[in-house]
Design a protein around this ligand. Structure first.
Ligand SMILES: *Cc1c(COP(=O)(O)O)cnc(C)c1O
Ligand SMILES: [Zn+2]
Length: 391
């Protein structure tokens, strides 16, 4: 049996504890046993490839839909003088088109193993769709709690999977906390943004990056950050690679937020111990618009501990990067492109000569098609008789 440890006070809990967070309020994570471990890249799927780094979960009902093992092409659109290498870890290649599927899959296996009959989450975006999809695959009673004002164009891509969708009038971060507290007594496993097994899922991004770079750790990993669950997982993955003796160093983790909602960046930049709630969040990057992220303090501690960085981007910079990335073939959603939009600012913070950078492209552009209205896109019209002349 594995154990869980509090990222804040260090208190330990058994792995089969129904707790998702520590009594002190901070998130728990799976305590990794140190020592030598190995990868099995010849095996199928993240669970089997990375089994020696993950808690002992089993997929007896074949619930995997092929999450992970996403491509990592080189990028040239953001590299002006060819003085550094940039790679795009394209998470839009997951079953529901965002990285969330990695963690959703592992939390579903955890829920099944612990005997839960219900599955659910608090989200209006990619996590809701991912949890609804995997819940449907298992035939679980799936409950998705969304905020009251959500437009129906955002609900339909969640509702298609057939979950119970409930609009809740009230504070979002309180909803996050209350679901984790009451879920176990109702038989519902709330796979919220930064629960321990979801963080384990994000770890697999680090493992794939390491293998895709030919068993090398990059110098920088840039991650669009909201709740903080994903960047915590990726950092934990690299930490475990180091602890297993497979690399001597850690990458610099760069947490990117939108300036219109940057609680982690604000706190890091000002040297605060704890994050403060952003009163009026406003950005086009909705997938990273959490004004009071549940892993905010944990991310602050992590960045301070191993020399990480934060930065924030304005909506215009995000739109410009979205168009530039599409210009080399990849259409990603606004939140997802902040990891490439960040390159220009990163250059101002630190020299990038001869370094290797990985930008995590967290989700697909097609998840948010209405953003296309913000781009000036041209289309020509001709009659067929004019075809030769037009070409
Ligand atoms: C969820 C999400 C994020 C933020 O991840 P956190 O784990 O909440 O920090 C970033 N980009 C996209 C596309 C997402 O769906
Ligand atoms: Zn604690």
């Amino acid at each position: 049996m594995y154990r869980l440890i509090c990222t804040g006070c260090g208190k330990e809990y058994p792995g089969d504890s129904p707790a998702f967070r520590c009594g002190c309020g901070e998130p728990l994570e799976v305590l990794s046993n140190r020592g030598s471990k190995r990868f099995y890249p010849e095996r199928q799927g993240i669970l089997n490839c990375f089994s020696s780094f993950l808690p002992p979960l089993k997929d007896e009902s074949s619930l995997s839909m092929g999450e992970g093992w996403t491509p990592m092409p080189r990028s040239f659109a953001f590299v002006s003088e060819f003085d550094f290498e940039l790679y795009l870890k394209n998470e839009s290649a997951n079953p529901t088109w965002s990285f969330k599927d990695r963690g959703t899959y592992l939390t579903l296996l955890d829920a099944v193993e612990k005997g839960y009959k219900g599955f659910g989450t608090v989200s209006t975006g990619n996590m809701a769709a991912s949890v609804a999809a995997y819940g449907a695959r298992m035939g679980m009673n799936t409950t998705i709690l969304v905020s009251k004002g959500i437009p129906s164009e955002k609900i339909r891509p969640i509702a298609i999977y057939g979950p119970r969708v409930i609009k809740v009038d009230g504070d979002y971060s309180e909803l996050y906390r209350r679901t984790l507290e009451t879920g176990p007594s109702k038989g519902i496993y709330f796979s919220n943004s930064d629960v321990p097994m979801r963080v384990e899922g994000s770890k697999t991004i680090a493992f794939e990056i390491y293998l895709q770079l030919g068993e090398k750790v990059p110098d920088f990993v840039i991650v669009p950050t909201s709740s903080g669950g994903n960047i915590r997982g990726i950092e934990k993955g690299f930490r475990e690679i180091k602890e297993a003796g497979l690399s001597e160093r850690m990458p610099v983790m760069v947490a990117v937020q939108a300036c219109g909602c940057a609680p982690i960046h604000n706190a890091f930049d000002s040297g605060w111990e704890k994050i403060e709630r952003v009163p009026d969040p406003s950005t086009i990057a909705h997938a990273i618009e959490n004004p009071f992220p549940p892993s905010g303090n944990a991310v602050l501690r992590m960045l301070k501990k191993n020399g990480g960085l934060t930065l924030c981007l304005k909506d215009e910079e995000i739109l410009e990067a979205q168009s530039r990335l599409a210009g080399e073939g990849l259409f990603a959603q606004p939140a997802a492109v902040t990891s490439v939009a960040a390159i220009k600012k990163l250059k101002e913070l630190t020299p990038l000569k001869k370094v290797r950078i990985v930008s995590v492209i967290t989700g697909s552009g097609l998840k948010y098609p209405s953003i296309l209205e913000r781009h000036s896109l041209s289309v020509e019209s001709i009659s067929i008789g004019d075809l030769e002349a037009a070409l």
